[in-house]
Ligand binder design. Structure first.
Ligand code: C5P
Length: 224
């Protein structure tokens, strides 16, 4: 069967990752969470106290950063590893969320991660979610989706997700973080967040999870 690339972009906290994961599962495709790569890079920069405005320090940090996705033997799930260490939990914490858009603005960081993402999608049969997947990483993707949702609804969903991982964060703080990330992601010079011209927009504010997954799977099947 014809294997395609599915690019899912959109604002922070729209449910891109969980939707992309379920779409990949339904089609027997590989799911790649590009945001996890930017989050792992941010954790690496934080761990090394890298000064983001110092080009030498940034270059050194990129050189010593090795990000991979591996199956965690404890739960059989594909998770993010930084220099051989499982960082899946650490990269979802607020400390990383607060810095990730600043690190993601850096041209050299994007060049490095975009190159890795392109390699990961070379064999097709992938669903990748992020901010610039349909515009920069895979401009030739056969199916592009752009997800949006009301910011309050996004924040409530995110709060629940974070709580399930053991961190209690106030709604106002989450709304602020999502808004700031959207603002920085949309206004940066290097591959800003924007809808690709040929992307199909899906507003998930009042869609249940199953419907949003089915909608994308149906679109994919029309192309296959
Ligand atoms: O997808 P997630 O919310 O985990 O992404 C975290 C951050 O990583 C985003 O707010 C954005 O700053 C950055 N990112 C990016 N380009 C991508 C994926 C994520 O700049 N393709």
């Amino acid at each position: 069967m014809n294997r395609i690339v599915i690019a899912i972009d959109g604002y922070s906290g729209c449910g891109k990752s969980s939707t992309a994961k379920a779409v990949a599962k339904a089609l027997g495709y590989t799911y790649i969470d590009s945001g996890a790569m930017y989050r792992a890079a941010t954790l690496h920069f934080l761990n090394n106290l890298t000064v983001l405005t110092n080009p030498k320090e940034v270059a050194k940090a990129i050189e010593t950063m090795h990000i991979t996705f591996q199956v965690n033997p404890d739960n059989n799930k594909q998770e993010a590893y930084l220099n051989g260490l499982n960082v899946e939990k650490e990269i979802r914490k607020m400390r990383v969320s607060e810095y990730v858009s600043e690190v993601s603005k850096i041209k050299e960081v994007r060049q490095e991660l975009v190159a890795q993402q392109k390699k990961l999608g070379k064999k097709k049969g992938v669903v990748m979610d992020g901010r610039d997947i349909g515009t920069v990483v895979f401009p030739e993707a056969e199916l592009k989706v752009f997800m949006t949702a009301d910011i309050k609804i996004r924040a409530e969903r995110r709060q629940k997700e974070i709580l399930e991982k053991g961190e209690l964060i106030g709604l106002e703080k989450i709304i602020h973080n999502l808004g700031e990330r959207d603002r920085i992601d949309s206004s940066r010079e290097e591959s800003p967040l924007r809808k690709a011209e040929d992307a199909i927009e899906i507003d998930t504010s009042y869609l249940d999870f199953e419907s949003q997954v089915n909608q994308i799977v149906s679109l994919a099947k029309e192309i296959l």
